[in-house]
Design a protein around this ligand. Structure first.
Ligand code: ADP
Ligand code: ADP
Length: 229
């Protein structure tokens, strides 16, 4: 019943083993936080889940579909996975609303009216509806990241992947982004988050994974990781 399954996964960059025999099951609705030193493979693992990186060995199964099996439509699988990066990656020449409407209209063939309705609802959800007609560069980093989260949600994904979503933000803006993520968690979204925010991990994670040198060294509850004497 895992919605995300990694089985004996290896990924090499030249001689460097970035993912070294990773196996992992994530259940629907589960919130997983991935921690570990820089260069340990956290980002590579996340990016492999929607095939931004192709693995060299093993299997990754998303909602029952092996993403490296050529007979499965990777674009359809990617629609089930919303991804948020450290850099917000908004389209600079589109308004906030335009950024949110693009994918649903193009990929879901939604009408302009329907896409706008969904976009405005999502902007309400991330608390930024008043910026609908603004351009990204007029927004703070925290606001841009909230738009990026809304944009990922616009495809109605089953899973959200977060790759250090607050690392590029000024400290005073981290809270507003973590609040949006916490609300999403409360709604039951399946989430995999690479983050250094241990408070978020303690509050939200069902499972914490510690990686080092391409391996999962330890898996446990937040209590296990953070409440040891
Ligand atoms: P983390 O997210 O834990 O910081 P990464 O997954 O980004 O780690 O990187 C894991 C290792 O793989 C690092 O040693 C990194 O330098 C290397 N790496 C990542 N992407 C590439 C790439 N495209 N080409 C070569 N090496 C890479
Ligand atoms: P992140 O940890 O968020 O992936 P990085 O700065 O490590 O950020 O990586 C940025 C980009 O550079 C990614 O696409 C990654 O795959 C690539 N990259 C990382 N390390 C290397 C490397 N040693 N050689 C080539 N590309 C790399």
């Amino acid at each position: 019943n895992a919605i995300i399954q990694l089985k004996d996964v290896y990924k090499y960059f030249g001689n460097l083993c970035a993912l070294d025999n990773i196996s992992l099951d994530i259940s629907p609705g589960e919130k997983v936080v991935v921690i570990g030193p820089s260069g340990s493979g956290k980002s590579t693992m996340l990016r492999s889940m929607n095939r931004l990186e192709t693995i060299d060995k093993g299997h990754i199964v998303i909602d029952g579909k092996d993403i490296n099996d050529k007979s499965n439509d990777i674009n359809a699988i990617r629609q089930e996975l919303g991804m948020v990066f450290q850099s917000f990656n908004l389209f600079p020449h589109k308004t906030v609303l335009g950024n949110l409407m693009m994918a649903p209209m193009k990929l879901k063939k939604m009408s302009q009216g329907d896409a706008e309705k969904v976009a405005l609802e999502l902007l309400d959800k991330v608390g930024i509806r008043e910026k609908a007609n603004a351009y990204p560069k007029m927004l703070s980093g925290g606001q841009q990241q909230r738009v990026a989260i809304a944009r990922a949600l616009a495809m109605d994904p089953k899973i959200m992947l977060f790759d250090e979503p607050t690392s590029a933000l000024d400290p005073e803006m981290i809270g507003e982004v973590l609040d949006v993520m916490t609300n999403l968690a409360k709604e039951g979204m399946t989430m995999v988050c690479v983050t250094h925010e241990m408070g978020f991990a303690r509050e939200v994670a069902d499972k914490v994974i510690f990686m080092d040198k391409g391996k999962i060294i330890e898996t446990g509850t937040p209590e296990h990781f953070f409440n040891n004497p």
